[in-house]
Ligand binder design. Structure first.
Ligand code: HEC
Ligand code: HEC
Ligand code: HEC
Ligand code: HEC
Ligand code: HEC
Length: 402
């Protein structure tokens, strides 16, 4: 018999006995050769789950590469290309040290596509490039994100299990198959550990530790350890029907909910020892309570800080006394120097606001001798970096002296 005919018969036999692929016609990411492969997979869910897709578009999950482009660009240019050690390692392994969380589907990318994405990051994040080239690069990168597929397939089953193809894992309102895709129920999606896969310290396959987000550690060791019982999903999805918008530190209402501010000020008069004059003064107490499920602020944007300013003004609104305090989480490199770039941070110090705790600041403020009326104002702001700042709360007290 002709060997091609034999091969054809064997193949035919295999096809007949192979289990039929499930209904889902749309998404099946085995290998990504071009941006359209990913774009199509995201669009696929949008056509039927329109509302959820609209919500997800509001969240930073939908732009998790472009939103962090400055940091990822500097990792590629300063971290990989200028470092003889990293430069010698496989580009994919090094890139995944960020994209494992910022764009997990890159796990399936061909070597050619990995290179294309790295080049696009260099153009999109760099300063000099023609506007058209930059736009093209950003278009490509806009498809790389924490997508529906990422959460409902790739990260939806805890290792060592692996997700099945063409299957969406959900909380179980639908079990079994719809006409469009297989659906499997999983408890994992309701568990904080599901979110902690990406929102915590990451150990790469070569054992390098990447400290970007530190929420997972703070949730477990500071919040749950202090008696906290709420899950990430309850606060970030179910509460106020937040659904898939995943609000965080870029959403003013969420920041307001996360921190409470209370100010108490008591007027009294003071005297230097041995002197006769009475001078107006105040005992000021500021209480800040962290109502979130973890420290505020969190790392990654290693410039983030919560700033408390307390000022006293006189009747003419002139500032006569002020104080401020920053709450933050500085990142340190292996030599113990403070760093702002994710790949350099290997250790942290903790000056943040702790969950389930009230932090109290006390001031003994002394004012100019003639003041009869003093206005005390405490303000709380969340600063991501200089120039990107959200006011959170402010509270005033008026003190009178006679
Ligand atoms: C384990 C998952 C994980 C890894 C690995 C990771 N990140 Fe992140 N990254 C996150 C999460 C989650 C956030 C959001 C954190 C937050 O606000 O608490 C984030 C936020 C950021 C931000 C701040 C975004 C903003 O504007 O608020 C930058 C910049 C960043 N990452 C860069 C990097 C770089 C560069 C790497 C690789 C060296 C990296 N990340 C590796 C999970 C990760
Ligand atoms: C960051 C992870 C994440 C991403 C991204 C994500 N989901 Fe979800 N999704 C969840 C979690 C967690 C739940 C369960 C929520 C709960 O238990 O309250 C859920 C629930 C659902 C449900 C069932 C509950 C409901 O509201 O009907 C559907 C359907 C769904 N997601 C579709 C999508 C689609 C479509 C996208 C993309 C547009 C998407 N998800 C993106 C994590 C995610
Ligand atoms: C052609 C329509 C269609 C497409 C495309 C589609 N779905 Fe669905 N999906 C449904 C229907 C119908 C249901 C069942 C009713 C419902 O929950 O809305 C469902 C249910 C779900 C559930 C809930 C399962 C549970 O446990 O309750 C999830 C999660 C989900 N889809 C995710 C996705 C994701 C992710 C994509 C894209 C990769 C996608 N779907 C694409 C029609 C679709
Ligand atoms: C596949 C990884 C991944 C998973 C799983 C994931 N996230 Fe995220 N999440 C990210 C990344 C990456 C960012 C930061 C994107 C950026 O700023 O560039 C982020 C950002 C956020 C933010 C906004 C942070 C800010 O600075 O305001 C919130 C809130 C959030 N995630 C909550 C959740 C919750 C709740 C879950 C679980 C239901 C979850 N995430 C699951 C990767 C993930
Ligand atoms: C008790 C409610 C609550 C719980 C539980 C909770 N969060 Fe939050 N989270 C908040 C509030 C409120 C904020 C806004 C204040 C802030 O920026 O920290 C926030 C902010 C965030 C941010 C942005 C932090 C920053 O400073 O950039 C991320 C990311 C996040 N949460 C993820 C998670 C994850 C992941 C979990 C579970 C491990 C979780 N949260 C558990 C209430 C909660």
């Amino acid at each position: 018999m002709n060997r091609y005919l034999l091969l054809a018969l064997v193949l035919r036999f295999l096809l007949v006995i192979a289990p039929a692929e499930a209904a889902g016609p749309i998404y099946k990411i085995d290998k990504i050769d071009k941006a359209e492969d990913i774009a199509n997979a995201s669009e696929a869910c949008a056509s039927c789950h329109g509302d959820i897709n609209t919500q997800w578009k509001m969240s930073v999950h939908s732009s998790s590469l472009l939103h962090s482009i400055d940091g990822i660009y500097s990792y590629i240019v300063d971290g990989i290309e200028r470092d003889p050690v990293r430069k010698g390692l496989p580009l994919r392994t090094e890139l995944m040290k960020c994209l494992y969380c910022h764009a997990p589907v890159m796990e399936y990318a061909s070597d050619k596509f990995v290179k294309e994405v790295v080049d696009a990051i260099k153009i999109a994040g760099g300063k000099s490039a023609n506007p058209e080239g930059k736009k093209k690069a950003k278009d490509l990168l806009s498809h790389l994100n924490v997508s529906c597929y990422t959460c409902h397939n790739m990260k939806a089953v805890p290792p060592p299990n692996t997700p099945e193809k063409q299957t969406v894992y959900g909380p179980g309102n639908v079990t079994g198959n719809t006409t469009y895709h297989n659906a499997k129920k999983t408890m994992f999606l309701d568990n904080s550990i599901f979110c902690m896969q990406c929102h915590g310290v990451y150990t790469a396959p070569d054992s390098e530790r990447i400290i970007c987000s530190t929420i997972a550690q703070s949730y477990r060791d500071q919040y749950v350890a202090a008696g906290g019982q709420t899950t990430c999903q309850e606060c970030h999805m179910r509460k106020n029907n937040r659904g898939h918008t995943f609000p965080g530190a870029y959403v003013p209402d969420m920041l307001k909910e996360g921190m409470l501010l209370e100010v108490n000020a008591r007027a009294f008069k003071t005297q230097s020892y041995g002197e006769k004059k009475w001078i107006p003064a105040a005992a000021i107490t500021v209480d800040i309570t962290n109502k979130a499920g973890h420290r505020i602020p969190d790392g990654c944007m290693w410039t983030s800080r919560v700033l408390l300013t307390v000022t006293a003004t006189d009747e003419k609104d002139k500032v006569i006394w002020s104080a401020n305090k920053e709450f933050f989480e500085p990142g340190l490199d292996i030599e113990g120097n403070r760093r702002y770039d994710t790949w350099e941070v290997k250790d942290i110090l903790d000056y943040s606001l702790q969950p389930r705790k009230t932090t109290t600041e006390k001031y003994y403020a002394v004012f100019p001798e003639h003041e009869k009326l003093v206005k005390i104002e405490a303000k709380l702001a969340y600063i991501h970096k200089d120039g990107l700042e959200f006011p959170v709360h402010s509270e005033r007290k008026v003190l009178k002296y006679n």
